[in-house]
Design a binder for this molecule. Sequence first.
Ligand code: PBG
Length: 322
Amino acid sequence: MSTVRLRRLRKNNTIRDWVSETQLHPKDIILPYFIVEGKGVKEPIKSMPGVYHLSIDNLIKNIDEIRKMGIQAILLFGIPKFKDNLGSQAYKKDGIVQRAIKAIKKEFKDLIVITDVCLCGYTSHGHCGIVKGGRIDNDETLKVLSKVALSHAEAGADFVAPSAMMDGQVRAIRESLDNGGFKDVGILAYSAKYASNFYGPFREALDSAPQFGDRKSYQMDYRNSDEALREIKQDIDEGADIVMVKPALSYLDIIHRAKKSFNVPLAAYNVSGEYSMIKKASGGDKIKERDLALEVLTSIKRAGADLIITYHAKEVAKWLRH
Ligand code: PBG
């Protein structure tokens, strides 16, 4: 009697590698950075072991290392000198992100520089948009986001990544970029971004926790999945080049549905709380951390993500080499 024996293809490492369906590669990985004012700054972020606030000079040094490891794309977040009601530091010509982009592009012409376009890191109230009468005003926010995106393009960004979850933000930014003469600057849209409890450590890093209420009137409800497809479709129609699902690990079903439904590159954001969780679970054991992180990141790819934003980027590149 002949039997199907699936174990034949699991016999040894070579065979397992030979028939493996999912490959993680350093080129799929996007590394986020938190940039601060000053010189020589490398300040650990407590809730995210291994992640730092970096000043521009140290950022350049760090990028030099990751380039050698095969990472091709980075995502920039800025921590401004001061915050105000309108997030006005976000679109300043000589703002922290704008200066960082220029410095990076001077040294690394072919590195893909993506910038987060949002206001929460720049507003004193910590919300992602302009507050009017106790509410986040969608259309007033669009005007500011357009200015922020344009200022990043002028500084030399390759992609802008709107993450404020305002309706119409991709269209508004696309128009602003086109009118400004930046038809070639792309948009990586945070399309299905959930109001998640996994953003905690990031908000410590950016000091961006909302000072009143929460983000549920603009970020998505995690009970919903059909709605994510509507969000993504809307962003594609408005001109997004790449769409994103965020977070990743509790949202593998969304990633899978998005990949099945649309023919555009799909990114997933393995967020701060997911990163910290693995750090905690491995308790300083590097091997454990590697095995856990690779399993999680591979599952995100297997679900359908083409690109993954992860704070483990540098380590992943190292692990994949060996
Ligand atoms: C800002 C923004 C957030 C993250 C990326 N961009 C947080 C938020 O909405 O509070 C989270 C990233 C992470 O947790 O790693 N809109």
